[in-house]
Design a protein around this ligand. Sequence first.
Ligand SMILES: Cc1cc2nc3c(=O)[nH]c(=O)nc-3n(C[C@H](O)[C@H](O)[C@H](O)COP(=O)(O)OP(=O)(O)OC[C@H]3O[C@@H](n4cnc5c(N)ncnc54)[C@H](O)[C@@H]3O)c2cc1C
Length: 423
Amino acid sequence: MRKIAIIGGGQAGLLLAFSLLENKYDVTLYVDRPADELLHGRMVSTTMFFANTLEFERKLGLNFWDGKAHHGQAIHVDFRGPDGSIALPLTGFLHENKGIAMDQRTKYQRWLEEYPRRGGKLVLQNVSPEDLEQIAAENDLTILAAGKGNITSLFKRNESRSVHQTPPRKLAAALVVGDDLCGPQSWQGQPSQTLHFNFVAGAGEYFSMPFYSHTHGPCRSFLFECVPNGPMDIFDDVSNGEEMMQRMKEAVAKVTPDQSFRMADNMELSDPNAWLKGAFRPEVRDPVATLANGAKIWGIGDTVIVNDPIAGQGANNATRMVEHYLQAILAHGDQAFSADWMQNVFEQFWNESGRYTTDFTNLLLNPPSESLLQVLGAASQNQVIADDFMGHFNNPRGFWPAVDGEAGAKEYLSRKEFQHAAA
Ligand SMILES: Cc1cc2nc3c(=O)[nH]c(=O)nc-3n(C[C@H](O)[C@H](O)[C@H](O)COP(=O)(O)OP(=O)(O)OC[C@H]3O[C@@H](n4cnc5c(N)ncnc54)[C@H](O)[C@@H]3O)c2cc1C
């Protein structure tokens, strides 16, 4: 039986561990925190999991929230000028691409409980680079899935694939409950269960979604993506949940003055730990790291491709990567897991999927080009285009050719089905 070690019990590490276990590999998963500590700790993200990710989890029997957590049915975006006025409103329905936005604390805790029940070996250890040498010596393959943990610095930044020198946004987020905030009609004027996005020129973006967390069940997430030194960059000195709520209300009123935000009057944090703030520099790293003793280890998920959350892709990208790595491992049979093999498997993933996710994310961080505005303008007038466009959040490769400059936008808009729908 081939021995595989995975370090990090997040979206990438857990899903790969369950998948390999199902395929009869001898898998050891190293986690730095016990499940309960994770559950009662600080919120880590406001993550939307799209349809393909949920399907992969369902196939592994890890879909414990089906029927409990509501699906986000549509995405509504208001593109706004610097004064907050709406220049372009757009709603796309997600249909078969819909997903669930839920608390990663809830998810990881339940999966961590499940893993040993299925026979998986779980080791509680904050793994150091020195530990990795020992682990790599004991296993046929060692995979680092440590997210944004410090240990990921073992993997070198790939300069040609990394466009950011500094964090492009400062992040502030919270989960809230309150009348009018949760449930089917939870945002003024929007169809039920809509993910509500605001892009405000010069200020950044804020996203609010129907959400699920273990503390309250249905709740609502807010994520503010603040352009550094812009008008929404007001969260730096926030030091507790109450201050976060106050600043969130200020930010909403400042950049989207038409949102009376009456529903904010009675809003509360879903639990005292349901808020976060911070900033990180997105980057792409080389997928193979060499340890001090010469051993080679492989990276997956945020460890090697970490993007800003603006496009809601980190966990979805990690899942696509797990699917890709799993197939490659299975196809490799009993052959040695060489550095060349690891590099090639990653390159294939990058070319087929990862680079589209990264490019699309980076594109959203910049003001929309003329050609993209043409596509978005057409989508605001034509529901078929709007639904098609929004559906590609499920797999960003599909945004091409629409986002690929003037020629790509033209090619996309000339599609037969759009012309037919418009006729
Ligand atoms: C505010 C915010 C909003 C987001 N929204 C979305 C979204 O809408 N959609 C989406 O797809 N993604 C979103 N993301 C990104 C998503 O959360 C991550 O990309 C995803 O969780 C990455 O999975 P991972 O397994 O690589 O890392 P993680 O999920 O971070 O898991 C890594 C694990 O490794 C552990 N670890 C670290 N170091 C060590 C060590 N030395 N030893 C042992 N264990 C270790 C960590 O504690 C952690 O449990 C968002 C992120 C943020 C911050």
